[in-house]
Design a protein around this ligand. Structure first.
Ligand code: GLP
Length: 260
């Protein structure tokens, strides 16, 4: 893997428990190093064990409530917080409430405003006002999307409304027990995510193996938006064995630091 500006690291977990622990250790370490740095977080299934590990540490008194602004990564257009499909409600349930984070410290990206362009501008200005992103905790879409930066998305893609691809709609359908998947998302732009000081990319499962390989070892391409994550100052990939299988040190490059 080449990282244009900084370092990149691949941490491979040999079990689900290790994946949760590694992810939590990495995030906690970054918070400790920069307690006030804004943190943007993905929803989706992959981060859940990591969020639950952080929550368990908080419950045991081993981790205090993070003192940083929290930033919403994406949302479905037209979905209210009270809708069971709300991604904000998901973040609240899995992360904010368990860690006792006050909703007032969250920079929202709402999918229900009358003027979505104004919402995107307000969101970008609010993130800039807290000094930009320090940490981005991201998942990897089955088609290489990050947030809802669907292919094709280049490194200058702004915060915007995006039609969801058939792959993303099929993948998101897993979450909602047959309920209709909204056809549009609103997402933090790839440009904003690439400017984060640190990106933690969480990847689990054999079904993510090929897209992870294309993201870290293939050419940069708008067809694989995650391929641009190699540009961030510090990229830490936390993957399980199934997702990382077959990635060779040559493909990953000299900064590969395997951990089991
Ligand atoms: C979704 C979300 C992303 C998420 C990705 C992977 O569509 N918009 O933020 O990271 O797909 O989801 P999962 O972790 O469930 O595979």
């Amino acid at each position: 893997m080449s990282s244009r500006d900084g370092e990149a690291e691949l941490l491979v977990a040999s079990s689900d428990a290790t994946f949760a622990r590694l992810g939590a250790d990495v995030i906690r370490g970054i918070w400790d190093d920069c307690p006030g740095g804004a943190t943007i977080l993905a929803t989706g299934w992959t981060p859940i064990p990591v969020f639950r590990e952080l929550a368990a540490r908080h419950t045991r008194g081993e981790l205090s409530t993070p003192q940083c602004p929290i930033v919403q990564l994406d949302e479905y257009v037209g979905v209210e917080d009270s809708d069971p499909r709300s991604l904000y409600a998901w973040l609240d349930r899995e992360f904010l409430t368990p860690l006792e984070i006050d909703a007032s410290s969250v920079i929202r990206l709402r999918g229900t405003t009358a003027d979505s362009e104004e919402e995107c501008s307000r969101f970008e200005a609010a993130v800039a006002a807290v000094g930009g992103l320090h940490l981005a905790v991201l998942g990897l879409g089955p088609n290489g999307h990050v947030g809802f930066n669907e292919p094709p998305s280049g490194p200058t893609a702004r915060t915007r409304v995006v039609p969801l691809s058939p792959e993303s709609m099929a993948s998101n359908a897993r979450y909602w027990n047959g309920a209709e998947v909204p056809v549009e998302g609103i997402t933090a732009g790839l440009d904003l995510l690439l400017a984060a000081d640190v990106v933690v990319l969480l990847v689990a499962g054999a079904h993510k193996r090929e897209i992870l390989r294309r993201s870290v070892a293939g050419p940069e391409s708008p067809e694989v938006p995650a391929s641009y994550l190699r540009r961030v100052s510090r990229l830490i990939i936390v993957a399980d064995d199934d997702a990382a299988a077959g990635l060779t040190p040559e493909e990953i490059g000299s900064r590969h630091q395997p951990r089991i």
